[in-house]
Design a protein around this ligand. Structure first.
Ligand code: HEM
Length: 305
């Protein structure tokens, strides 16, 4: 029988399409942990946000991952990737982020995402309904077809919030934004890309021996006509941006040896100075991540016994 809970249904489609890797995330399954800091670099951002993230350096536990539920996704093939952050501000507040390398989301609603996953799993009726009910998918497909697809190192990837949020300043003024973590330096791809499963991990680990790997947190302020609650719509044209902070990754660890495996990178855990938008995709993420988190933790607990 099909469960009426949308998040449960969506997680079930991940399990159907990719299978289950016991004890692991249902999406972004293959990944590794890192540790570092987030340092504010431009006080201008305080005009927009009262967040402790912009007042002092925070500590970070993060995770870099392949998109999708394949725990053995190849590192030597082009793909989409993710970055999760758990940020502990100096005043004790905590914020979590989960970003990916897509420029925007394929569909505007979680119902659309369920249809998309069903269509990917071969459901003919879902395929038909998908384009009829979610014509925005055509724009996504056209964009993806034009995107250059190379094998890329994590150090060189751009990670996007995709969903919109609000910054809130000390006067309570709300400003709609999106953000990206953009590489502050360029890492060289090895001359020969071997069919190694751990190319991406090995490379960043080697790079970290000569110093931190750094991303700039670039905040994009919405223009008046930008869609706020539609993750399938790119913000077009000129925008005001502020490099608000710098992420310094200091070390990486496998999931088994790191600190990120038991973290749910729920993007609705925000510090004061941030608020969620009403984007229905953003709102669906919390309950969906919780279903995945619950399943993998109970599997881990039962194998430990
Ligand atoms: C309705 C839409 C979405 C659903 C149902 C969904 C589902 C999931 C699930 C089930 C997980 C694993 C959670 C866990 O077990 O801890 C996950 C992880 C993740 N998601 Fe999403 N996702 C959605 C949208 C997005 C969007 C818009 C982004 C990018 C901005 C994104 C980025 C990520 C990343 C980076 C991770 C990995 C975090 C980690 O390393 O643990 N997701 N997602």
């Amino acid at each position: 029988a099909e469960n009426s809970n949308l998040s449960v249904q969506i997680i079930d489609t991940f399990e159907k399409n990719f299978g289950i890797t016991e004890g692991k995330r249902r999406n972004h399954t293959k990944g590794f942990c890192f540790e570092g800091t987030l340092k504010p670099v431009n006080p201008e951002i305080k005009l927009y946000s009262d967040s402790p993230l912009f007042k002092a350096t925070s500590t970070v536990i993060g995770r870099l991952s392949h998109k999708g539920g394949n725990n053995t996704a190849p590192d030597n093939k082009p793909g989409e990737h993710g970055m999760g952050l758990l940020i502990r501000a100096k005043n004790g507040e905590e914020q979590r982020m989960a970003m990916n390398t897509l420029d925007f989301f394929p569909v505007a609603t979680p119902e659309g995402f369920l249809l998309l996953n069903k269509a990917k799993g071969g459901d003919a009726q879902a395929k038909q309904m998908l384009t009829a009910k979610h014509p925005e998918i055509l724009n996504f497909k056209a964009h993806l077809a034009k995107k250059i697809k190379n094998v890329e190192l994590y150090e060189n990837m751009h990670f996007n919030s995709i969903n919109s949020f609000y910054l809130v300043n000390s006067q309570g003024k709300r400003t709609p934004i999106r953000w990206s973590f953009e590489p502050a330096s360029k890492a060289k791809l090895p001359q020969q890309i071997k069919a190694s499963d751990n190319l991406l991990f090995d490379n960043i680990k080697a790079n970290l021996q000569t110093g931190p790997v750094t991303w700039n947190m670039v905040i994009t302020i919405a223009n008046p006509d930008d869609p706020i609650n539609d993750a399938s719509a790119l913000w077009q044209g000129e925008h005001k941006t502020i490099i608000a902070a710098q992420l310094n990754v200091l070390k990486v660890n496998s999931e088994a040896n790191g600190k990120c495996d038991d973290i749910n990178f729920d993007p609705l855990i925000l510090t004061s100075g941030f608020e969620p938008s009403d984007d229905p995709i953003l709102k669906a993420r919390s309950p969906s991540y919780a279903v995945s988190f619950g399943r993998r933790l109970s599997e881990k607990a039962s194998t430990k016994k």
